[in-house]
Ligand binder design. Sequence first.
Ligand code: PLP
Length: 455
Amino acid sequence: MADFCPMEPITDPTAKAAVLHDDRSHVFHSWSAQAALNPMAIAAAEGSYVYDYDGNEYLDLSSQLVNTNIGHQHPAVVAAIAAQAQRLCTIAPQHANDVRGEAARLITERAPDGFTHVFFTNGGTEAVEHAVRMARLHTGRPKVLSLYRSYHGGTGLSVNLTGDPRRWPNDSGTAGVVHFFGPFLYRSPFHSTTEAEECSRALEHLEQTILFEGPSTIAAIILESIPGTAGIMIPPPGYLAGVRELCDRYGIVYIADEVMSGFGRAGEWFAIDLAGVTPDLITFAKGVNSGYVPLGGVIISAPIVETFAERVYPGGLTYSGHPLACAAAVATISTMAEEGIVEHAKHIGDSILAPGLLALQERHPVIGEVRGTGVFFALDLVSDRATKEPIAPYGGTSPTMVALGAAMKAEGLLPFMNYHRLHIVPPCTISEAEATEALARLDRALGAIDDAYVG
Ligand SMILES: Cc1ncc(COP(=O)(O)O)c(C=O)c1O
């Protein structure tokens, strides 16, 4: 694994002021009320670290939006992008291109057996849109089932498939989208007390949903193999196999959304590998090239490829299979394979993050549950372990969460937070020493909110 030496801190108040001036004057930010924004100005990033202009260095426990799986500025990926830029920056999608073909081959080789082709997109939400379009055309059915606790993207259909509150203000085109509850023992919607009970009740609920919606109207079920932004809930053993079985029984396409959980994040190439289940379509983005150049796509199994053998697939994108993005994917996947980065992510999870976070749970009652695998962990933060009262409301934040974020930054940690949860999602390349140091800093930061526990 490439050895990153932290850079020298950067102190440049003039540059910071200029960056913030242009940003606040002209950049319209995602998912935000614009007036109150106070973004952090980033000067540089390398490996597991991000640098501001005030001389601060942060360990990136967010991987930005959970995408820099190979770490920041990996030299092999940067060099591949530079070389491709010298050779051929862009070429239209109708042409055959070496890096596009190689990226597709490397991706299908890592998918379960039976996946032969890749349709490339610019990111995750487009991958979801196209996967659903393929499923609808393949089955001739209109509806799609997805989880309440889910995120599938920000465009028209993907945001309707999303279960979390970002759907609410955008929920004007839900025709054909039906939500259901997945398994989540800690906050069980089914009053279960064991994983086995949660699994069978969640499958029974899904089958009832299918029957009452009308199986002959359902094209697809889309599921994150491990729901990510919604809380990193690893499905209980047997659940995804049960979903596969229901899809087979009712002729429904199974779409595994691996946009966040894929490419090493869960300690496997795809999180679905943990369940040993083969879906019909897989959506990916983020970790495929760590977001160095935007890229996503749909990995397509042979029967769905066959549907479009003689029939035109009615969809496309100017930048489908963009050479710079594909060169970055080839370099990322090859380097991850050569350097054992997926295995490393599993090792960091098993040997440092899981035991370390469980130890923090013993010291800080505010941690109601620790969930996760690989470099994909969530802390469910509660004010009372008995009632499991979240320390921020669903869809909102709270002074306690704001205080935790500030305490983490003061300790030199970049956090990823969602409502009452803190996600620990560093790059897959984080070293043992960095992960251990991150836990020590997190321990101190959590001290700032210990008082929020009143149970
Ligand atoms: C599981 C999942 N699907 C889809 C998306 C949308 O991806 P993008 O933001 O690249 O459009 C995300 C983004 O976080 C995601 O986590």
